[in-house]
Design a protein around this ligand. Structure first.
Ligand code: GLN
Length: 449
């Protein structure tokens, strides 16, 4: 049924970079055989899970939606992929993204812009726009995305689905093409909170192949959702996130959702995250610095695009020509910015300063969580915008990440949950939780559903 759906709508939605139907069918048939032999691997066995095209699946293309990796085939499985395979999930195509996950609209993909299934003239959000659109259009049941500054939550919000960015260190980054290693996390995207919880349970856990992976006990998330179903939480509204509420049309469904929690008997409290104003600047220094370093590996020598013409007597020229041809505009912009903030002379003024502000942002959350169980905020300042609307204005694109990026800087979990509509377009409520308290965050979300 899902294959038929892909065939019916993919031409309009454009969620996939590639899709191997016979491979998908073979996986599904193997799952059916297990089921009839009474040897099913569990709840994910046979479920089509779409994979963002920046995660390594052995033998499959891994393009990061970049010309640089257009012909690259991964020789190994990411840890989260290995875990899904061992649970029988049907790994489903390669989903479009902004090149190297840099962007908020999929317009930075070197191949195509994915359309928002709610309005094909609009962007699906990004960078995990292919993942969100595929789920919203019924082309996948579940999907994996990655979130460095909102790339799971913002497209989930724009496509009317659930997206979870787990606590930093709870899902292995092994096999995720690195963008900004201290911010990147792999996470689940789904149509319901319970589906997302199930997928998160399947992929999380310590992994010795990722040195930033954390040893922790993940409780049974579905059981926690059940046992917490009647709990009355204390929920915080960061006043800095609501400063413009009267003038923001997309706020209405958010305010209604907050009223719903009030009606359940939850205590709603105003809190302050005083360093919010600095989050965008801090993020775009830290993220670009790490990106400039991580992307140095794409050199035209080993496994990437290599320019046909270069000066054979000058070994540096092969890097320069190959990188000039292989990287898109936004990726180059970030490499240049990141190289600048790391350069001697500017390091203290930008990178070191940003690291200090990052600590202040983290402390803002620590203080807020002394008073409340979780925070409720909008996911994005507006619903999905029109294609082309912000493409030529990177700054306005960066500013639209204002509500999501602090969670990555602080390492805390966050999720987006559909909470209503503005002018017929879906709006997401963001829930930010305490570190490693995904069980509480998901329980709060499930009460709304
Ligand atoms: N929009 C943000 C950026 O462009 C976040 C991207 C992400 O989370 N991968 O960096």
């Amino acid at each position: 049924a899902t294959i038929a759906r892909v065939k019916a709508v993919e031409e309009k939605v454009g969620a996939f970079n590639s899709f191997d139907e016979s491979d998908a069918l073979a996986q599904a048939e193997a799952s059916d055989a297990r089921r009839s032999a009474g040897k099913s691997f569990g709840p994910l066995d046979g479920i089509p899970v779409g994979i963002k095209d920046n995660l390594a699946v052995n033998g499959q293309p891994l393009t990061c939606s970049s010309k640089m990796l257009e012909n690259f085939v991964s020789p190994y499985d990411a840890t989260c992929i290995e875990k899904l395979k061992s649970q029988g999930a049907v790994l489903w195509g390669r989903l479009n993204l902004d090149e190297y996950a840099m962007g908020s609209s999929t317009e930075n993909s070197a191949f195509k812009t994915t359309s928002n299934p709610w309005d094909l003239e609009r962007i699906p959000g990004g960078s995990s726009g292919g993942s969100a659109a595929a789920i919203a259009a019924g082309q996948a049941v579940l999907a994996l995305g990655s979130d460095t500054g909102g790339s799971i939550r913002q497209p989930a919000s724009h496509c009317g689905i659930v997206g979870v960015k787990p606590t930093y260190g709870s899902v292995s980054r092994y096999g995720l093409a690195a963008f900004a290693s201290s911010l990147d996390q792999v996470g689940p995207m789904a149509r319901s909170v319970k589906d997302a919880a199930m997928l998160l349970q399947a992929i999380s856990g310590h992994d010795e192949r990722d040195s930033t992976s954390y040893r922790f006990e993940q409780p049974d998330l579905l059981a926690a959702i059940e046992s917490n179903s009647g709990r009355k939480w204390t929920l915080g509204l960061p006043k800095e996130y609501f400063a413009n509420a009267e003038n923001t049309p997309a706020m209405e469904p958010i305010l209604k959702a907050i009223d719903f929690y009030r009606s359940l008997g939850c205590e709603i409290k105003e809190v302050s995250l005083p360093h919010t104003d600095y989050a965008v600047a801090t993020y775009y220094i830290v993220a670009t610095a790490e990106a400039s370093s991580n992307l140095a590996r794409y050199d035209g020598i080993r496994y990437t695009h290599r320019a046909e013409k270069f000066d054979a007597k000058d070994s540096v020229d092969i890097y320069c020509q190959s990188r000039a041809e292989g990287f898109g505009e936004e990726v180059k912009r970030r490499i240049i910015l990141g190289t600048y903030v790391l350069s001697s002379g500017y390091y203290d003024a930008y990178y070191l300063k940003a690291q200090k502000v990052r600590t202040l942002i983290r402390r803002d959350f620590e203080n807020a969580f002394k008073e409340v169980d979780a925070l409720l905020t909008p996911t994005s300042p507006s619903p999905a915008f029109k294609k082309g609307e912000k493409a030529s204005d990177p700054l306005s694109m960066y500013l639209s990440d204002i509500y999501t990026i602090s969670a990555n800087l602080a390492g805390i979990p966050g999720m987006s949950l559909p909470c209503g509509y503005s002018d017929g377009l879906p709006v997401g409520l963001q829930i930010l939780g305490k570190p490693f308290k995904e069980d509480e965050m998901l329980s709060i979300a499930n009460q709304f559903e």
